[in-house]
Design a binder for this molecule. Sequence first.
Ligand SMILES: [Fe+2]
Length: 214
Amino acid sequence: MFSIARNAVRPTLARAFAAGRASKHTLPPLPYAYNALEPYISEEIMKLHHDKHHATYVNGLNAAEEAYAATDSTAKRIQLQSALKFNGGGHINHSLFWKNLAPASETGGKLKSGGALEKAIVRDFGSVEDFKKKFNTATAAIQGSGWGWLGYDPATKKLEIVTTANQDPLLSHVPIIGVDIWEHYKNVKPDYLNAIWNVINFEEAERRLLEASK
Ligand SMILES: [Fe+2]
């Protein structure tokens, strides 16, 4: 999936670079050091994931958008849809993901007791432990790559667990917490999903919930 979508935009990408055009989307820097999430996520994984994977989505998105803007052909524009979705979703999701994590020595893993997020989780899932269990079960069931989400539904004003396949962004809900299950490739999936709660930036998640429920 990854290589197919990347190959589909490669000639356009090469042309864009050759022309020296300024890229519209850029790779955001990590808001902490590459090794700051250890021992839960390794420095090696963070470097590969941010510098290689996310950068590829950014380049692919710029190339697909340029190709889209450069053509008047409806057929060609339809053909570009999958590259836009894959690379655009990858860029949106990963930009959110880096902010979604924090070192365990800082805000990582610390859900504020009595805060708006904890109250909403208890209201909608019974308890924080039940929420994590349900989230991990739903996310572990994703076949191949994808994302597990804690999303806020603006219509019902409730938190829900949702999954998306590949790099599809969450559009039905406001994303509060997103977990990319690609990283588990060096770990057993349940171990990765248990470990990640130690570095989830709950402060950022609560900020997103407050913003979404204004
Ligand atoms: Fe990823």
